[in-house]
Every structure is written in C-alpha cells, then in structure tokens.
Design a protein around this ligand. Structure first.
Ligand code: HDD
Length: 712
C-alpha cells in the first residue's frame, strides 16, 4: 500500500488577516506553548483504535469507488459534519480569558458572599467580552454595545455578572427584547448590515420607543467604539441587592473600572480596522495576556440603603437610568486580573454559558422587570444552543463547588450518578443529598423576604416615565469633541436610513426632546427642515452634568502597554531607535520596528536591524503612536515611499502622537503638516518626554478640526 504524505505547510505562521505580524521568536515560543495534549500519542478513532492511514479512504482498488465499510472515514466525516453549534442569538462574536478576583477587604457588613470576605482568597473567573449585533465572524471594531460577562467560580457556587460596557439598556421590560433584537439585527430579507445599527429597522424601532433614547445616545457615543477590551468600563446595569449575615439588604449597582483607563478609537480608524484586522480586539487581549500585561479591573458598587430607594429623581428599578457617581460614589470591593488565555476557543469561549440568575448567598435580585425576564431567558437559550439541560457539566461551566441533586439523565449527561434514590426526601440513601438551612456563612441560599402587596397587572410604573432627562445629562456631560462625535454618529447612521420619515421622527420626536442644538445639527447634516423644540415636558433633574461620564476624565495617567510604531529605512539613525525604545520600555510601552519590506534595515553605521514587520503589514491603525528616527538616507527613502507617507498622515488624521527625530523633521514639509501638542520634532534627548506625555493623552483632540482636511 502506498501512503503518500502531503508536503508540510510552508509556514505555520501564515495568518488569514491582512496584517503581517512578523516571524519573531517570541511568536514561535508562544506557539510551542499551545502544543496539543496528544504530543507523542498515536492517532486513534473515537473508539480508541489506532489509525494506520489517515490519507486515503478505503477503496476498491487505487482508482475504484469508496467503501461504506470505511468506519474510520465515516466517523471522521460524521463528526466534522456536526462541528458547529448554534451561535448565540445576540453577543455571538466574543472572546474570553481566565483570571482571578481578589477582594480588597472583608465586606461582611455589606454581604455574606464568601468571595467578598477574605483578601487572601483568589476566586477564579472566566470573562467573555462580545459585540451584540454581528455573527460569530463579524468585525471587532464596529459601532456596537460590548458585552462584559464575568463568571466567578466561588466556593459557594457560580456567580455570573452578565453586564455590558454601558450602564443602561434600550428597553425597560424584557417582553420587548425580541422586538428590539429583531430590529437591530441584519434585516431579514437580505441579511444586511453585518455588525451595525445603521439601517432602517433599528432606527424605526428606537424612534418609536422613546425609552431607548438614553441608551441610543451611549451607542452613538465613543463608548461604542472602544479602543480595546482592556480599556472598557463594565456595568451590571440593573440594581441588585447585597445581603449580609444579619439579613440586612442594600441596593447596589455593579461597576468594573479598568486600570488601563477608558478610551476609544476614532470612527475612521474603527471602520478601517473592521476590514484590515477583523480580530483587532481579541488579538489585543490575547497578546496583552501573552506578554504579561495582565488587564485589571476594579469591581465596585454604588450602594443605596433600602430606606433611600425612592429618594432619586428616577426609579432605581428602571434599567434605562444611571445613578450618577456624583450622587452615589462607587465603593471599591476588589480587583479582577485576567492572566490566562483559553486553551481552546470552542470548548471554553464558545461553550461558556452565562445567566444573570446564577447568584450565590449574599447577592439577590431587584424587581427590575428587564432583569426578571433575563432570569428566564439565559438558561432557556442554552438548552437549544448547548443541546440540552446538562450544559453545567461542560468543563468551562462546572462550578468549583460540588453539586449533587436529584436531577438525572437528558442529552449529553456525563456524570455517572451512583445510588438508587434520585428523589428527596429519601431513606434508602441515608436521605442524601439534604437541604442546608440558611446561615451566616456557608448556608443554603435564601431569597430576601421582600414584602409585596399589589395587584397582578400588566402595567409600566409611572416612575419609569421620563425618557429624556438622562439622555440630556449624558450629552451635556460630554467634552466638546465627544459631543461632535455623537452628532457625527447620529448623522452617519441616520444617513444610511432609506426612509425619510424615520430620519425625521428620530430628529423631531427624540433628539429635539433631548437637546435642540443636537437635533438641529443632525437635521442639517441630513438635509431635513430645522426641528422645533421638543413637545415633551422633560423634568428638570438635580444634576446638569456628570463629569464621571466623560472619557476625557478617564485617562489612566500612564502609557503602560501602549503600542508605538518606529518607521525606518536603510541609513536610519540606530542610536535614536535605541534611545526611544529604552524610554518607552521604561514606561511599560511596546515598540515595533517597521521597514519598507520585511527585510532587515541597515543603520547609518552599518548594523543590520531585523524589523518586526513591513509598514504595509502593520499599518498605523494597529498602533497608538508613531516615531520616525532620523538618518538622512532613511528619511530620503521614506519621503519617496507612499506607504510610509500615508502611514504618518493616517496617524495624524487619527489624532495620534507622532515624534519626528532629526532629519525626519523634513516630513513636515513633504506632508504639509504643522507641529502641535502631539506632533513633536526634536533631537534625541528632548523628544521622549513630550512624546510620552502626548501618548498619555490618548489622542490630540485639538487637532481634530485640522485633521478633517486630511483624506481618509
Ligand atoms: Fe442578554 C447574551 C448582556 C438583556 C437575553 N446578554 C448576553 C451576553 C451579555 C448580555 C453580555 C453574552 C454573554 C456571553 O458572553 O455568553 N443582556 C445583557 C445586558 C442586558 C441584557 C447587560 C440588559 C441589561 N438579554 C437581555 C434581555 C434578554 C437577554 C432582556 C431576554 C429577555 N442575552 C440574552 C440571551 C443571550 C444573551 C438570548 C444570548 C446567548 C446567551 O444569552 O447565552 O439569552
């Protein structure tokens, strides 16, 4: 029998994206790390039979028909045919990571939840970040809400905090969720658009549903195009309860605050990234963890004493409202660190099953009608998505706490239950497993005994009736450039809406009630008649501005893990590269050397420097800042290289910090640019400090009006 082995693939590193990541040793090392468990093991069937030939189907002669008898081929193809499971109805596109949570101190005054008691205890977590609208293969950087779901594997059972990167939601009652999702998803006749809300059905729905006004404002803000998953805040959205050992309950809102600061991409950059690197966010998270830049978030709560439930100018059960941090500050509870990438995307990230109903003693729900509906929906969806009710047995979903009960059988059962009594009470298995009464610690779960005396009705509470005042608060809390981005986003999205009556309804019936100037600007961009003041009597609220909402106030104050491109050609000043690399490294930033091609560049003093990638392979959108070292020959070459010139110009357009060293100053003339707070020229010793300061500002917002003149 002749077994023809196929040739080995040319490069195991060849990626499918258009960005050339460079063939570095670090990359090879990391590939080694993900080596299969099957190392030095024989290839076998699922029944354990060793396979002699994995290249050829069993046939009648070398040129004859295949035989049905080939159990090896049939097993392999059958398994392959069933590889996919239904993707999530929403939040299909996601990426996950493992980590730990540690409480700062003993929070027993607030809650009896065990994982919030002992600062020495490390509770494992698994986090999945996601977009909402697009399918599994859609782009990471589209304008969308991001899911921020955390599973805490506590000793008392799993606690899932299934939140978003925005603190409010589009609707107030779960019964509207299918309507909202049908409206935002790609339109049913042609399945367009993928990954975005700029289409008729979304705007038709939200312009008819004013309770969505506040969340739509967030979705049109920079929060919907986060720079990275590591730079997003997270929110539990709903009001929950924390309950302590004495049974005292307090209302809380959960917040995640990243130590990396909170910042966003600019719109043109986000759109380009969605094409050039679909995996931009998941790659950034993956690489940060591989490099040891472990992302961190602080978990905190806003606490409202029960007796203060009704002391706000909104209802704390209404998920379209925030509690401004200026009114109730955040109390820090502890820190989450993501420090390990999954071993297998499907087994972990795809099969992880979150549910807001997964809580532990010491945490409880509020009566928020959106939350109440979610408590049903998530388990229900897993039954069809993960093929039955045993999804809690999949390794990524298994609690670290032991679980025993009378639930038996069903599809995909892996536990081999012993004993004869699968009912309770029983006497033949000693009565086990038995109930545990509630206790101060380690007791059974006890629901907070809230007293309710009311009629059964289908009715929205009047206290949920104000839809515009917090949308207005959000808009008024933004810095000038953030407001401009919001106006541009509404104009862009509504500009894609084909039906003019939908555009007009959004402008006149929603935006005009939020802020007339906003409505006028959007109307102007759409060529609509100038809107009149809104007709809704929007209540005046106690706060006109909430500075905590503006990302302009959420910078981290350092440049840790920021990425800097260094552009060089033959004849580059090697000492300038070394000096800048050293200065950036000292600040925890990462620099990559890029050449006209992937071949090494030769410095002015004749040294060959390997490059990390070509400029075309890793474009400016993959970096936070650009450094061009001097060297007469290098600058001459770059000045005549369209890719290099576009590189600098694009970084300028995207408001990034750019440092031009020595002869690189000539690029100002070539590109007709002027220096500014982030476009810095200078000699070696003087350049690093202002450059690092400019990177620390994230973007040069003052440059924005000028940058608009630069072609995209
Ligand atoms: Fe939801 C997934 C967050 C309202 C029904 N949701 C899902 C995920 C996140 C959220 C982060 C992805 C979890 C993962 O990574 O696997 N959802 C929210 C937030 C909401 C919200 C913050 C409002 C505050 N969701 C909501 C409502 C319903 C659902 C009102 C239904 C009544 N959500 C689902 C779902 C999903 C889901 C259909 C899809 C896949 C899944 O659950 O596991 O059940």
């Amino acid at each position: 029998m002749s077994t023809k082995k196929p040739a080995a693939p040319k490069s195991a590193l060849a990626g499918t994206d258009t960005l050339d990541r460079g063939n570095t040793n670090a990359k090879l090392d990391s590939l080694e790390k993900f080596r299969s468990d099957a190392t030095e093991q024989a290839l076998r069937t699922n029944q354990g039979v060793k396979i002699a030939d994995n290249q050829n189907t069993l046939k009648v002669g070398a040129r004859g028909p295949s035989l049905l008898e080939d159990f090896i081929m049939r097993e392999k193809i059958t398994h392959f045919d069933h590889e996919r499971i239904p993707e999530r109805i929403v939040h299909a596109r996601g990426t996950g990571a493992h980590g730990v949570f540690q409480t700062y101190e003993n929070h027993s005054v607030l809650t009896k939840a065990g994982f919030l008691q002992d600062p020495g205890k490390k509770t494992p977590v698994f986090v999945r970040f996601s977009t909402v609208q697009g399918p599994r293969g859609s782009g990471d950087t589209v304008r969308d809400v991001r899911g921020f779901a955390v599973k805490f594997f506590t000793d008392e059972g799993n606690f899932d905090l299934v939140g978003n990167n925005m603190p409010v939601f589009f609707i107030q009652d779960a019964i509207k969720f299918p309507d909202f999702v049908h409206a935002v998803k790609p339109e049913p006749h042609n399945e367009i658009p993928t990954g975005g809300s700029a289409h008729d059905t979304f705007w038709d729905f939200v312009s008819l549903v004013p309770e969505s006004a506040h969340m739509v404002m967030w979705a049109m803000s920079d929060r919907a195009i986060p720079k990275s998953l590591r730079s997003m805040q997270g929110f539990g959205v709903h009001t929950f309860r924390l309950v302590n050992a004495e049974g005292k309950s307090r209302f809380v809102k959960f917040h995640w605050r990243p130590s990396n600061g909170t910042c966003s991409l600019v719109w043109d950059e986000a759109q380009k990234l969605a094409g050039k690197d679909t995996d931009y966010h998941r790659r950034d998270l993956w690489e940060a963890i591989e490099m040891g830049d472990y992302p961190e978030w602080e978990l905190g709560v806003q606490i409202v004493e029960e007796e203060n439930e009704h002391s706000f100018d909104f209802d704390i059960l209404d998920p379209t409202k925030i509690i401004p941090e200026e009114i109730v500050p955040i109390t820090p509870l502890g820190k989450m660190t993501l420090n390990r990438n999954p071993d297998n995307f499907f087994a972990e990230t795809e099969q992880v099953a979150f549910c807001p109903g997964h809580i532990v003693p010491g945490i409880d729900f509020s009566n928020d009608p959106l939350l109440q509906g979610r408590l049903f929906s998530y388990t229900d969806t897993q039954i069809s998505r993960l093929g039955g009710p045993n999804f809690h047995e999949i390794p990524i979903n298994r609690p670290v706490a032991p679980f025993h009960n009378g639930q038996r059988d069903a599809l995909h059962r892996t536990t081999i239950d012993k004993g004869r009594a699968s009912y309770e009470p029983n006497s033949i298995d000693g009565g086990w497993p038995k109930e545990t009464p509630p206790a101060a610690q380690d007791g059974g779960f006890e629901t907070y005994p809230e007293r309710i005396d009311a009629n059964k009705i289908r009715q929205r509470s009047e206290s949920f009736g104000d839809h515009f005042s917090q949308a207005r608060l959000f808009f008024h809390s933004m810095s000038k450039h953030e407001q401009e981005h919001i106006i541009a986003a509404y104009s862009f999205e509504l500009g894609k809406v084909e039906r003019e009556f939908i555009r007009a309804r959004e402008v006149n019936e929603i935006l005009a009630n939020i802020d007339l100037e906003l409505a006028k600007r959007v109307a102007q961009n759409l060529g609509l008649p100038a809107p009149k003041a809104g007709t809704v009597d929007v209540p005046k609220i106690s706060l006109e501005r909430s500075p905590a909402l503006s990302q302009a106030n959420l910078l981290p104050g350092n440049i840790k893990s920021r990425k800097v491109a260094i552009l060089a050609a033959n004849g580059v000043d090697g000492a300038a590269i070394d000096a800048m690399k050293k200065a950036l490294k000292a600040e925890g930033a990462h620099a990559k050397l890029l050449g006209p091609t992937s071949a090494p560049v030769t410095t002015a003093d004749g040294k060959a420097l390997p490059v990390d990638a070509s400029m075309e392979g890793l474009p400016s959108i993959a970096f936070d800042a650009v450094f061009v070292p001097g060297g007469a020959a290098s600058i001459k070459a770059l000045s005549g290289d369209g890719v290099a010139l576009h590189y600098v110009l694009e970084a300028y357009k995207h408001l990034k910090a750019i440092a031009l060293h020595g002869e690189a100053k000539q690029l100002l003339d070539v590109l007709k640019l002027e220096t500014d707070a982030g476009l810095i020229v200078g000699a070696n010793g003087k350049l690093a400090k202002p450059f690092i300061a400019a990177i620390g500002q994230h973007r040069v917002w003052d440059r924005e009006p000028k940058a608009k003149a630069i072609p995209a």
